[in-house]
Design a protein around this ligand. Structure first.
Ligand code: OAD
Length: 248
């Protein structure tokens, strides 16, 4: 892809960059996105699976679904989009990934500075005493895994109606307030409060770059809309950043 001079010169000057990501960045790794015809939510009703009342009513069903998702996610790999973001960290004094994804693929690709707004499917904890448990533990025993204290273990992900983890949210908000550039990548931008972060960055003067095959409600605030797949556009952009840094 050919990038505009405005975009490249803004990136060359940028000191603080945020990459705000959603399910679309993992689509090319084989993780289904949430919305649209092929999305996870088109096959299951979220209200039956991803909320605390549903879990208490039928923990076995919800655990079956998470066990299935955990197995899928354990078997996939980060794609060139994740790797490109991980390498970009080297070129900016501050580079923060803020993700709505729970698949841990940014960390597995090598990104170090990551805020996970909706939790992480590789983690679990006891609802009574908050002891953390590995996937290996929860997938190898009872259909509804129990803590040694007798409490029920749940996946460490944010369900509908639950608060976002406070530290992750504060870190994400601070990064957005001071960002010179914010990439919004592979998100439909409709789930709040996460979707308010690009707006916050824009209000504070950040240059907004959106990467998505389709326009979204965030396209209106984007200074540049790069239409296409994250796994193709981000490696192209990284090439430009690498060569600009060689020349400098
Ligand atoms: P969505 O499924 O709502 O949106 C995925 C976006 O990715 C869409 O805009 C697609 O056009 C775009 N997309 C698809 N393939 C792409 C590709 N190869 N490259 C770039 N973009 C691509 O997913 P999110 O916006 O992440 O919350 O959804 C936000 C939240 O809704 C999720 O974190 C989840 C869900 O409810 C919780 O679980 C709390």
């Amino acid at each position: 892809m050919k990038f505009s001079d405005r975009l490249l010169s803004t990136l060359a000057r940028a000191r603080s960059v945020v990459a705000f990501t959603g399910a679309g960045i993992s689509a090319e790794s084989g993780v289904p996105t949430f919305r649209g015809n092929q999305g996870v939510w088109s096959k299951f009703k979220p209200e039956e699976l991803a909320n605390i009342a549903a879990f208490m009513r039928n923990p076995e069903l919800v655990w079956q679904w998470y066990a299935h998702r955990k197995k899928i996610i354990a078997g996939i790999q980060p794609n060139p989009g994740h790797y490109a973001l991980a390498e970009m960290e080297r070129f900016f004094p501050s580079f923060t990934v803020i993700t709505q994804n729970i698949d841990n693929l940014h960390r597995r690709a090598g990104s170090k500075n990551v805020f996970e707004l909706h939790g992480n499917i590789e983690r679990n904890y006891c609802m009574t005493c908050r002891t953390p448990y590995t996937n290996e533990y929860v997938l190898s025993g009872d259909p509804v895994p129990r803590c040694t204290c007798g409490g029920i273990i749940r996946p460490d992900v944010v369900w509908f109606g639950e608060m976002l983890p406070e530290e992750e949210w504060e870190g994400a908000e601070n990064a957005c307030r001071s960002a010179g550039v914010l990439f919004s990548i592979g998100t439909s931008g409709v789930v709040y409060p996460a979707a308010s972060l690009p707006l916050e960055a824009e209000r504070n003067g950040a240059f907004i770059i959106e990467i998505n095959p389709e326009p979204t409600p965030l396209t209106g605030i984007a200074d540049e809309f790069l239409q296409g797949k994250a796994g193709e556009i981000l490696p192209d952009l990284l090439k430009n950043i690498r060569s600009a840094n060689k020349e400098a």
